[in-house]
Design a protein around this ligand. Structure first.
Ligand SMILES: CCCCCCCC/C=C\CCCCCCCC(=O)N[C@@H](COP(=O)(O)O)[C@H](O)/C=C/CCCCCCCCCCCCC
Length: 211
């Protein structure tokens, strides 16, 4: 493990995603970003081979954080208010790449789908299963569909550096591998709920294919 492994706690990530959904079933942006930042910290613990992935995630987190720190911060309080504001003000480019909040969050949203599948694979995997296999199978079934060949190849190479399932689970800093598995079981419904609400919102506004 690279330096900094001790600063990651799965519990913190869980708390962030637990706090995402409001009573009105809206997705709060701040805990959403806090959850991603925690995950990036974990990724950084796994070694520099994952830097190109964490850099991309950080860039996207920072774009949305900048909106949260701007004069329009209230419009970016939830994913719902962000979508409404950006669409009403013509800020979402449907034809070409832009730095809109909607487009940027969509990239993280797609990655959340991979995360959901990956954590479920990890949770239900056997003691001796390979994290690299779980990771590449779930990546190929989700995020890879949006990535060009060169990114898919680089990701595939990086996955080979992943530690065994038990080492991976112990790195989560929640106790034994069994305790980490139990916590994953607690965390997953919250992550799934965030994903589901965002997916429905983006589908409703036809935003799922933003370039
Ligand atoms: C609970 C703890 C255990 C789980 C630990 C998981 C840690 C994962 C942390 C971060 C995941 C990174 C999320 C990456 C977001 C990627 C967004 C994206 O798709 N970006 C591409 C498209 O962007 P635009 O060009 O359209 O702006 C971009 O091209 C991607 C570049 C980088 C490569 C992304 C590969 C993603 C692989 C999936 C994550 C692998 C992590 C493996 C470690 C377990």
């Amino acid at each position: 493990m690279a330096e900094g492994a001790e600063t990651f706690s799965l519990r913190e990530v869980l708390v962030a995603f637990t706090a995402c959904v409001s009573e009105q079933r809206e997705v709060r942006v701040d805990p959403y970003l806090a959850g991603w930042k925690g995950l990036v910290r974990f990724l950084n613990c796994l070694g520099t081979i994952f830097s190109f992935i964490s850099k991309d995630a950080v860039t996207k987190i920072e774009i949305i954080e900048n909106y949260r720190n701007s004069d329009q911060r209230e419009k970016y309080l939830t994913v719902q208010s962000m979508v409404e504001y950006e669409l009403a003000n013509g800020l979402v480019d449907l034809q070409k790449r832009s730095d809109s909040g909607c487009r940027t969050l969509l990239r993280l949203h797609r990655a959340l789908h991979w995360l959901q599948m990956f954590l479920e694979g990890l949770r239900t995997g056997k003691d001796n299963s390979k994290t690299s296999v779980i990771c590449s199978e779930t990546y190929n079934a989700s995020l890879a569909n949006y990535h060009p060949w060169i990114i898919r190849k680089a990701a595939g190479v990086a996955f080979c550096a992943l530690p065994t399932r038990n080492t991976f689970l112990e790195t989560m800093n929640v106790g034994t591998a069994e305790e980490a598995v139990a916590m994953l079981g607690d965390a997953l419904p919250y992550i799934c709920e965030v994903y589901k609400i965002t997916e429905e919102l983006y589908a409703q506004h036809k935003l799922l294919d933003l370039p």
